[in-house]
Design a protein around this ligand. Structure first.
Ligand code: AMP
Length: 429
């Protein structure tokens, strides 16, 4: 085994796979622009307090999963971002963009870091794409966020996804519900596991999130948040669902879907993929009107957003055979050297072709002509341009169409003309 391995939970993406990433990213950029979202890029690290405030110190992420460090002994602790929303909101508040224009529609693609136990579909460095709609969180805005996410999935061709949705109501609704939950769970106290006991004290809503089957059994009989929603909260939720219905987006209402932090309110949603096994969440989000205040803003910023896991999207696509049509882009022209001594001239020709915008390959390892031709075919080059001593003297090159095997003799200018005529030189194979 080589001496150095990638850090556990981090992985390399080699060219065949990066072509898949580029394709997925392209679809994200295109669909985001259809909905009028613009890209934001924020730093990979932030001051640790931002995440403590912005995600909540009772969460697993902040409690045990952050990569934090002190840049210098007296400095402030810094954390590699474990999610994007806090950073995006921090950036929006810092630049005060909401005073210039009341509504901002932002999306991102970026790397995140969480100290989780690595397993299939769960890494310590992973990527998400997502969107944040800041400044308005009407049902139309929330529905737009959900629709954008679903249209990205649909454009990628993903099948068998489940969208679950719930309403968390407003803080009064949740206050009433939290009390009801406490009353319900107290008689089960002895059967609760340690983390549920702790959650019962700090934030009983989060018990509903438990993955422990024994707890899930107890949770099954718990009161439903929906029954504690005010009329206005129900109306808000119904309107979001109306928009989804109108757009033919299939969803299920899941009364157990909660986000245990106070700044989340009203709509919350999650999408799972049946291809993914234990880690089946592919994306999720919700409305978070309270976050800006939590980060020190003097006024509330109505907001909603979603985040989806890039690796899990790619894994699902792979399993569903959605990359079959993605063939790597080979060179248009392969410059074939008849003798190794002609390499300098060949390099000059290759450079001129590349400068003219033609994808060009040339052998850098002084291999035989036969080996070069084999390579040209393996790379699925459209054309071969031969460099022999006659070519160097006359400036006329043997130029072969590798699909029809037709060959002509042309000056470099005529070669470029031919290539530009056939839609930048690529031949139908
Ligand atoms: P979250 O920010 O936890 O709501 O996660 C949003 C999405 O990011 C999830 O639905 C997953 O698709 C993805 N995700 C979260 N954590 C990981 C991880 N450790 N490794 C890979 N993907 C992840």
């Amino acid at each position: 085994m080589p001496q150095y391995q990638a850090v556990k939970g981090a992985r390399d993406i080699f060219p065949e796979e990066s072509a898949q990433w580029k394709y997925v990213e392209g679809v994200i950029h295109t669909v985001a622009s259809l909905y009028g979202f613009s890209e934001i890029r924020t730093p990979v690290f932030e001051y640790t307090e931002l995440f403590q405030r912005g995600i909540g110190s009772t969460t697993d992420i902040v409690g045990k999963e952050m990569f934090s460090f002190l840049p210098d002994p007296n400095g402030r602790s810094i954390t590699l971002r474990p999610e994007m929303t806090a950073g995006v909101m921090r950036a929006a508040l810092q630049k005060n963009i909401l005073s210039a224009a009341p509504v901002h529609k932002l999306y991102y693609i970026g790397e995140l870091f969480r100290k989780e136990r690595p397993q299939a579909g769960r890494q310590r460095q992973f990527s998400q794409f997502g969107a944040e709609l800041l400044g308005v969180s009407t049902p139309a805005a929330v529905a737009e966020v959900i629709t954008l996410m679903m249209q990205v999935f649909e454009s990628l061709g993903l099948r068998n996804l489940r969208l679950r949705i719930n309403s968390l109501g407003d803080s009064d609704d949740r206050f009433r519900y939290r009390e009801a939950l406490k009353t319900y769970f107290v008689p089960f106290h002895d059967r609760l596991d340690d983390s549920s006991k702790e959650r019962l004290e700090k934030n009983p809503l989060r018990i509903l999130d438990s993955k422990n089957p024994a707890i899930q059994e107890i949770v099954a009989g718990a009161p439903r948040l929906y029954d504690y929603l005010s009329v206005a909260s129900v109306e808000d939720f119904e309107k979001v669902l109306y928009y989804l219905d109108e757009r033919g987006i299939t969803f299920e209402i899941d009364h157990r879907l909660v986000r245990g932090l106070d700044y989340y309110c009203h709509t919350a949603f999650e999408v799972t993929s049946s291809e993914l096994g234990a880690q089946d969440a592919i994306g999720g989000g919700g409305r978070y009107d309270g976050l800006a205040r939590e980060l020190g803003s003097s006024s509330e910023v109505p907001a909603s957003g979603f985040a989806a896991g890039m690796e899990r999207v790619l894994l699902t696509m792979e399993k569903q055979g959605l990359f079959a049509a993605l063939t790597p882009q080979g060179p248009v022209v392969y410059v074939v050297l008849q003798q190794a001594e002609l390499a300098d001239h060949g390099m000059q020709v290759a450079w001129r072709l590349r400068k003219a915008g033609i994808r060009t390959e040339i052998d850098l390892a002084a291999r035989s002509m036969k080996a070069q031709m084999r390579e040209a075919n393996r790379m699925r080059a459209s054309w071969a341009l031969f460099i022999g001593s006659a070519e160097v003297t006359t400036g006329l090159y043997a130029f072969k169409n590798l699909v029809t095997s037709e060959q002509t003799t042309l000056s470099l200018e005529a070669v470029l003309e031919t290539l530009h005529e056939t839609a930048s030189g690529e031949l139908q194979k």
